[in-house]
Structures are given as structure tokens and as C-alpha cells.
Design a protein around this ligand. Structure first.
Ligand code: SAH
Ligand code: SF4
Length: 439
């Protein structure tokens, strides 16, 4: 989501006539889009900022901007800490960058962190890729997971209308984009804030309805989405994914912990058993589906036994990928105030043991690809080997094979998998055409 915000802000800067600079030390405007999900992400910005703040003393017309979640969290305190800053702007203000910079150029120091209605995105993002694109469907989050800073920095849920989302996808299809990832912190909450209910009392615009509404956009060959919340995940959504050919068989469903007492303390609103039932249901409809997730170790009070339940869940599910993190206390969140915080060394040890298991299980999962022919959508050259290109399978495994990027960029080609590593694959391109069902 931060990348999507960065691309939108870069698009606005470009429209204002700015050009990308290769070196931050040569830039006239520097914008840091920041993350505060964990403390180490937050600390990064302070180290970058220090250097540029010094440069400002030599070059007073340098414009310094901090955007994103650290900006939202710290607000004016950030100006007191770094008085050289010109603009502090929260993530809800990303689309207003032009306005805000104009105020700065008129001589003001500006803090934009008040909650706002996010106006329909009329800006043109400067997208990093010409093949795959992010499309926001819902901003903010109304959950209250006790460890999480997101609701306080990204604000309440605001869904974009189905028409606006489809229009953005149609434009992407016309520009030659092949894959869209629909984004929301809790994508299953999509539409709860939009008007309209069905005769049976269900919200009229659920995320599942949205998939049906956008899946036939011309030119777009693949649709992905993130992040799913186990509390709201439905069988109807799984059926839609199984039924709609463009929707990839990859589900990102964070479980956070495999222990019911920890899940309860996290206020996640589901049990380990419910999570396992979801995975079982997905595999019932799509046996080959890839499953990825996020997990936290060392939540306040987590015992060794409770941590073992997380290991056990990972063992049982066999994730294709898992983003893992040691619990980091965040400002303004309930869990940060609890007094049974775990020592850093215990958290680090659990993280290492979990990561070890994750790599083993992912390597096992990768084995199923060996010898198979996979449809790979080519995105780019392999940065480590110019004779190779890279792209992803429908299940989201990065795959490398020999080929020319000029010829293959944006194409979906059949690749026979010859090497399977934990998190990536290597293969050989087949020249026989793909059958429709494979692409
Ligand atoms: N909305 C998504 C995730 C948002 S944050 C969801 O509900 O799953 C991305 C991930 O960061 C979370 O899934 C969680 O695993 C991790 N995370 C969030 N807060 C954290 C904290 N305080 N310490 C460690 N990890 C955290
Ligand atoms: Fe944070 Fe929970 Fe919202 Fe995800 S669902 S963004 S973890 S509060």
C-alpha cells in the first residue's frame, strides 16, 4: 500500500514538472514516504532525514517532505524534532500533494494530518512497472488489533466506488498493463461503508461482487488481491476465485498466531480452528492454491507453548510464503502498554526458529512445481543475470528463465520448471502455445 501511495505522489510530482533524480543529494525536493508498522521501519526515516536536514543549511531552497504513516503518527512533533522540514503529510493526504506543496512554495511550513475524505484519485501514478499495477479498493481500517498502529495512522475505512475501480482498471488495460493487484488493509471490509443493501440485508457491494464486476476488463489477464482477514473471509469469495479465470489462485491471509489465547489477546476475532477451516475450504475448491500469510512472534505474554502452536500451524498448513515479524510495541496501541512484554532475545530466538521452519516448508511446497509447465507473466530482466527474464506463476512464485526482455515483457509464456528453491523457481521456456486454461 505504501508503494501504491509512493507511485501516486511521484505521479503528482511529475505532473508538476519535477524530474526523477538519481541521487538524493542532487534533488531539489525530497519526499520520504514512511512506514511505522514496526519501530525499525520508523527509525529508518530519522537516519535519512538527519543528512538531508544538514544539506538544507547549505541549500536553503531544498524542500523536505515527510509523508506516510510516521508523518501521521508524529505530526507537529516531527517539526519540532526536525525543524528543517517543510511539509509533514499523512497517508490520507497523498492525493493532495500538489496543493500542499503550493502552500510550501508560498512560504509556509505545513502539517497535513487531519482526517479527510479521500477524494477520488484523479492523479496519474508514476508506476514502477509497465506490466503489473496496484489499484486501491479500500483505504483505512476499522479493526482494532491490539498490536497494530494502522487504524490510527490510516484512518477509518473508505471504499472507492466499483465504477471508479473499474475505470482505473480499464485505463490500465488500455495502457498495456496485464496484472492488477487490488489493495486494502482488510479487503473483505470492502463496500461496508458504501450505500445499498440487497433484499436479504447483505451489503450490495462486497469484495466478491467487485471481483465479478471487474474481472472482464479487457487487456487485464490476471487479478490478485491483498490483504484478506480470516474474520470476514467467505466461501462466496473462494467460489468466485475458483470460477473467475483471471483471479489467481493465491491467497494472502495473515493468521498472526497459531494460539487461541494469543489470538484473543490480539483481538483478531477468529480461532486457529476457523483459520484451518478456511484453508481447507480453499484447497477443496482449488487444490493447488498458494497460501501466504503474516505472523507475529513474541506478542506480550506469549509462552513457549503458545509459540509452539504457531510453529505447529505453520507445519500443518504448509505456507508458500510467510512474512514474519518480532512483536514491536507501537505508540497508542493497547498491547504496547501491557506489562508482560517479552525480552528482545526471546523474540529474536523465536523469529529465527519460525523463519527456519518457514523456509523448510516453502521449499517443500516449491517441489510441486518441478517438471510442471507454468504460465509465467514476464515482468522484467533478472537483475542478477541479463540473459534471463523473470515473472511470476499464477501462484505468485518468482520464476527465472533464459529469454530476452525486449521480446517477452508483458507476455505470458509456458515455462517448464527445472529447479525449485524455497521462494523462487528456474525453468525453460516452451515454444508450444499456451492453452487457454493455463493462462
Ligand atoms: N491489514 C493486514 C496487515 C497490516 S500490517 C492484516 O490485518 O493482516 C502488516 C503486518 O505487519 C501484519 O499482518 C502483522 O503481521 C505485522 N505487524 C503489524 N503490527 C505489528 C507490530 N506491532 N509488531 C510486529 N508486527 C506487526
Ligand atoms: Fe492492523 Fe488488524 Fe487492521 Fe490489519 S486488520 S491493519 S492488523 S488493525
Amino acid at each position: 500500500m505504501n508503494k501504491a501511495d509512493s507511485e501516486r505522489m511521484a505521479g503528482i510530482l511529475e505532473e508538476m514538472g519535477f524530474q526523477w533524480s538519481d541521487s538524493p543529494d542532487e534533488a531539489d525536493v525530497i519526499l520520504y514516504n514512511t512506514c511505522t508498522i514496526r519501530d525499525n521501519a520508523e527509525q529508518k526515516v530519522y537516519s535519512y532525514l538527519g543528512k538531508q536536514a544538514k544539506r538544507k543549511h547549505l541549500q536553503p531552497d531544498l524542500t523536505l517532505v515527510v509523508a506516510g504513516c510516521v508523518a501521521q503518527q508524529e505530526g507537529e512533533a516531527l517539526l519540532r524534532r526536525v525543524p528543517e522540514l517543510d511539509l509533514v503529510m499523512g497517508p490520507q493526504h497523498a492525493n493532495r500533494l500538489r496543493d500542499l506543496l503550493e502552500q510550501v512554495f508560498a512560504g509556509n511550513q505545513v502539517v497535513a494530518t487531519e482526517p479527510v475524505h479521500i477524494f477520488e484519485d484523479i492523479t496519474k501514478p508514476r508506476r514502477d512497472s509497465t506490466v503489473t499495477a496496484w489499484v486501491n479498493v479500500i483505504y483505512g481500517c476499522n479493526e482494532r488489533c491490539t498490536y497494530c498502529v494502522v487504524p490510527s495512522v490510516r484512518g477509518v475505512e473508505q471504499s472507492r466506488t466499483p465504477e471508479a475501480i473499474r475505470a482505473e482498471m480499464v485505463a490500465l488495460g488500455q495502457q498495456g498493463y496485464k496484472e492488477v493487484t487490488l489493495l486494502g488493509q482488510n479487503i473483505d471490509a470492502y463496500g461496508r461503508d458504501l450505500p445499498g443493501v440487497t433484499d436479504s440485508g447483505r451489503h450490495q457491494h462486497t469484495f466478491t461482487d467487485l471481483l465479478y464486476f471487474v474481472h472482464d476488463v479487457p487487456g487485464i489477464e490476471r487479478i490478485r488481491f491483498a490483504t484478506s482477514h480470516p474474520r470476514y473471509f467467505t466461501e462466496r469469495l473462494i467460489r468466485a476465485c475458483a470460477e473467475l479465470p483471471k483471479v489467481c489462485e493465491h491467497f494472502h491471509i495473515p493468521f498472526q498466531s497459531g494460539d487461541n489465547a494469543v489470538l484473543k489477546a490480539m483481538a483478531r476475532g477468529y480461532t486457529r480452528e476457523k483459520y484451518l477451516r478456511i484453508i481447507e475450504m480453499i484447497r477443496g475448491y482449488m487444490p493447488d492454491a498458494s497460501i501466504s500469510a503474516d505472523a507475529i512472534v513474541g506478542f506480550p505474554g506469549e509462552t513457549e507453548e503458545q509459540f509452539q502452536n504457531t510453529l505447529d500451524l505453520v507445519e500443518q498448513v504448509g505456507f508458500d510464503q510467510l512474512n514474519t515479524a518480532a512483536y514491536s510495541p507501537r505508540p497508542g496501541t493497547p498491547a504496547a502498554l501491557w506489562d508482560h512484554q517479552l525480552p528482545e532475545d526471546v523474540k529474536a530466538d523465536r523469529l529465527q526458529r519460525l523463519n527456519h521452519l518457514v523456509a523448510l516448508k516453502a521449499a517443500e511446497r516449491s517441489q510441486r512445481y518441478l517438471g510442471r509447465v507454468e504460465a509465467v507473466l514476464v515482468e522484467d530482466q533478472n537483475p542478477k543475470d541479463a540473459t534471463q527474464v523473470m515473472g511470476r506463476t499464477r501462484g505468485n512464485r518468482m520464476t527465472f528463465f533464459t529469454g530476452s526482455i525486449q521480446e517477452l515483457k508483458g507476455q505470458t509464456v509456458p515455462v517448464q520448471i527445472t529447479t525449485a528453491r524455497a521462494f523462487s523457481l528456474t525453468g525453460e521456456r516452451l515454444t508450444a502455445p499456451l492453452t487457454l486454461s493455463a493462462c
